[in-house]
Design a protein around this ligand. Sequence first.
Ligand SMILES: [Zn+2]
Length: 149
Amino acid sequence: MIQPFDDEYFMKKALQEAQTAFDKVEVPVGAVIVLNNQIIARAHNLTETLNDVTAHAEMQAFTAAADFLGGKYLKDCVLYVTLEPCQMCAGASYWAQIGKIVYGASEPERGFKNLKTTLHPKTKVVEGILENECSQLLKRFFIEKRNLN
Ligand SMILES: [Zn+2]
């Protein structure tokens, strides 16, 4: 039997958000937050549009999810994000007490793993879901951007 609501399914939704960011000439990172197999928040990076370095996809997704739930904690929620969260977003996920983080591409330089940012002790992590698709979109973005300059 096909499982329709698996990690790849939701990562594809996060990738759609990343594509939207790409189309706005934003670094293409997308995120969705899922509760009981239902998407309760969608967001993409908007740092250029909002002129705000904190406007990462995850930050906006946390805010939107908390808004939707009417509570700040996201203990039973899963964050799907196309790129490994940075320190800021990992820190925010600690405060939100997110249940699980699933990410696509790794970010060895600014990702939380190598920088050893502490997640909430109850937060589970799954990495490498649709890693190729997620990193290809980022690579394509930076190549095209370079060609524009
Ligand atoms: Zn971030």
